[in-house]
Design a protein around this ligand. Structure first.
Ligand code: WT7
Length: 650
């Protein structure tokens, strides 16, 4: 990928300045960039003082053995104390930490004082089960308050957790339990999903029959749905029986800043999942700082809602650790956005008066598809900042989000980061940055990122290449659990001394960064590098298209040919002229070279459970191959529907 990457010619050229009142009261102003640039380490040392340390660190970064970083290494702290107890001690025990909304409509409110009691009891319970500092605990849970309590209880006793998303299968769970060598599994009988109880405990039972999981001695089970569950005496124990009888007083012990906090598995394109290891002091510093600055959090008045699942890094960093370290009031919702109706999310915003929301482009595009009239039925005037994460957000979806959810008033912050980075890295600041729809724009203060060409040379403004991070950052992954060599090979060998993120990116004429998707998703058409993201954005900017996924299929004349799968908006009918209309639209937006050779209207797109489009499978379809592994799809029947469309469109 190189200078040949297409210029972004999408017709959206509007710029959005920060609202004046927000800018006037913003937590972080433009001077932060200058301060961080003048002395990056002093900047991070100052941010570390957001936390309460048992022993204040005197050291900031130890980079003597790159790329194995140590941040604040001689400091000690307890992460759970920072997220819970200190807010109670400073007089905010009555502040709500979590408003929980169950899918069936049941609700719970936990103040910081409540949270302190629950976390303390759970910490004692884990200790009673024999969990010691350093032991790994697997957490396989629905989105309920006990999930956050369990994570914090692990942190409190220094036991790294490994949260496995509740939508994963018994096999996926077993692989992760084995790799982390977990000693205890915390789970629930089940949770509510699409209007009915779905099971979790059965998958744990099945996983624990697999070889490699023998070291699990206890399974702690929350009763959420009341459904029947299998029971292994001597191993299984009910949360309400064990946790509820524990003492509400627990003294947190301080651990070194580099003590492991959690492992979180992320699936690579090939090979077994990578256990991304995060540690304590640097991780908490950067999650707290970014949540404070990018959401301009005012803990006394804001109501913050991150719609992600706790099973993803977004949930770790921006439901649990960052917000709670900052003493925020958060909303946690158990279920799906369309249960019992497609306005459920907006009803929640109205009900709790949500001021800050953090969600993913895939969710925004789904809401676009459902129609503007749905959010219009709710009072969303409490919202003041809208966040996006997970994929490039198309300019069209960005504008829709701002207009239809933000009432045309609110900044949109497009935050680029990864499981590996632990916290946000590239994002506008809502009180500072003049926003460009579709661009994550600038590295946050204290973060160094750029775009390089194949040889690792920084590209000039106006050109494309690969995104790299050029200096270590506090919340960076420390390694891949048990596999330092894979850590070196995956992230540090492509470009000497720099972290290779695996994303294509370009700098525009102002030097702002635009993310172009994973580098494996770049197409080579007649010698030109074309990003799937840009063609998708061009398609979505057509009024008839709600969502698009683009792949390059092998082509005898052009090397690869662009094949586009599109979901049409609400009541648009599919007719003969449609394909030609969309083709010429793309040609007009991006240039004739980017014109898709084939356009296939489909009802759904194949997505992973975290909402990313599985282009690999679409490539299989476009190249008439048998489908590869479909086990991580949310709904594998989607592929049957897509294949059924093929002959007609060929
Ligand atoms: C990959 C990381 C970070 C939490 C959720 C995903 C893509 C993420 C953006 C964004 C463009 C983005 C990248 C990245 N990505 N945010 N704002 N703009 N792309 O975590 O599963 O580790 O995925 O998601 O491709 O590398 P993850």
């Amino acid at each position: 990928m190189s200078n040949e990457s297409l210029a972004n010619l999408l017709s959206e050229n509007r710029r959005f300045a920060p609202p004046a009142e927000l800018a006037a009261r913003a937590n972080v102003t433009a001077s932060a960039y200058g301060e961080a640039a003048a002395d990056r380490l002093a900047f991070w040392a100052a941010q570390a003082r957001r936390l309460t340390w048992e022993t204040e660190p005197t050291q900031t970064l130890d980079w003597s053995r790159p790329p194995f970083a140590k941040w604040f290494a001689d400091g000690t702290l307890n992460v759970a104390y920072n997220c819970v107890d200190r807010h109670v001690e400073s007089g905010h025990g009555d502040r709500v930490a979590l408003y929980f909304e169950g899918e069936p409509g049941d609700t719970r409110t936990l103040t910081y004082a409540d949270l302190k009691r629950e976390v303390s009891k759970a910490a004692h319970a884990l200790t009673e089960l024999g969990v010691r500092a350093g032991d790994r605990v697997a957490i396989y849970m629905p989105m309920i308050p006990e999930t956050a309590v369990a994570m914090l209880a692990c942190a409190r006793i220094g036991a790294p957790h490994s949260v496995v998303f509740g939508g994963f299968s018994a096999d996926a769970l077993a692989t992760r339990i084995e790799d982390a060598d977990a000693r205890v599994v915390i789970t629930a009988d089940g949770g509510y999903r699409r209007g009915k109880p779905s099971g979790l405990k059965g998958a744990v039972d099945e996983a624990l029959t697999r070889p490699g999981t023998e070291n699990v001695r206890s399974v702690l089970v929350v009763r959420r749905t009341g459904q029947e569950v299998g029971w292994t005496a001597g191993r299984d124990v009910w949360w309400h029986e064990l946790v509820d009888r524990q003492s509400e007083e627990h003294s947190p012990q301080a651990f070194p800043a580099e003590h492991p906090l959690f492992i979180l598995y992320t699936s690579g394109t090939t090979g077994k999942p990578k256990g991304i290891l995060h540690t304590s002091g640097g991780y908490l510093t950067q999650t707290a700082f970014t949540h404070h600055s990018v959401f301009d959090l005012k803990p006394e008045t804001d109501i913050y809602w991150c719609t992600a699942d706790v099973g993803w890094v977004t949930g770790h960093s921006y439901i649990v650790y960052g917000p709670l370290a900052n003493g925020a009031t958060g909303v946690m919702y158990e279920g799906t956005p369309d249960t019992p109706h497609r306005g459920r999310w907006w009803e929640i915003v109205q009900k709790y008066g949500v001021t800050l929301i953090y969600t993913a482009p895939t969710a925004i595009r789904t809401c676009m598809k459902w129609g503007d009239d749905i959010p219009a039925r709710f009072d969303l005037s409490s919202l003041r900042i809208l966040g996006s994460v997970g994929e490039p957000i198309n300019p069209e979806a960005w504008i829709w989000y701002r207009e239809n959810i933000g009432g045309g008033r609110t900044p949109v912050v497009d935050t680029w980061w990864q499981t590996e980075t632990g916290a946000m890295m590239i994002s506008p600041l809502p009180g500072v940055t003049e926003a460009k729809p579709g661009s994550a724009q600038v590295p946050l203060p204290g973060i160094s990122a750029t775009v390089v060409d194949d040889e690792g040379r920084e590209v000039p403004d106006g050109s494309g290449g690969y995104l790299v991070l050029t200096e270590p950052w506090p919340s960076m992954l420390r390694t891949i659990w048990g596999d330092d060599q894979r850590f070196l090979d995956t992230y540090w060998s492509r470009f000497e001394g720099r972290y290779f993120a695996g994303d294509g990116a370009k700098k525009d004429d102002d030097g702002d960064i635009w993310l172009l998707g994973r580098v494996d998703d770049v197409m080579l058409v007649s010698g030109h590098n074309i990003s799937t993201t840009e063609v998708e954005s061009a398609l979505v900017s057509h009024p008839k298209v709600a969502e698009a996924a683009v792949v390059g299929a092998t082509d005898p004349t052009t090397g690869q040919a662009i094949c586009a799968f599109v979901i049409l908006r609400g009541n648009v009918a599919e007719d003969e002229s449609l394909a030609e209309e969309l083709r010429s639209h793309v040609a007009k937006e991006l240039g004739p070279i980017a014109k898709p050779k084939r356009i296939l209207p489909v009802a759904e797109l194949p997505k992973t459970r975290s909402g990313k489009i599985m282009r690999r499978l679409l490539r299989d379809v476009a190249e008439n191959r048998a489908l590869g592994d479909v086990t991580t799809l949310t709904d594998s029947s989607v592929m049957d529907l897509i294949q059924a469309k093929l002959p007609a469109a060929a």
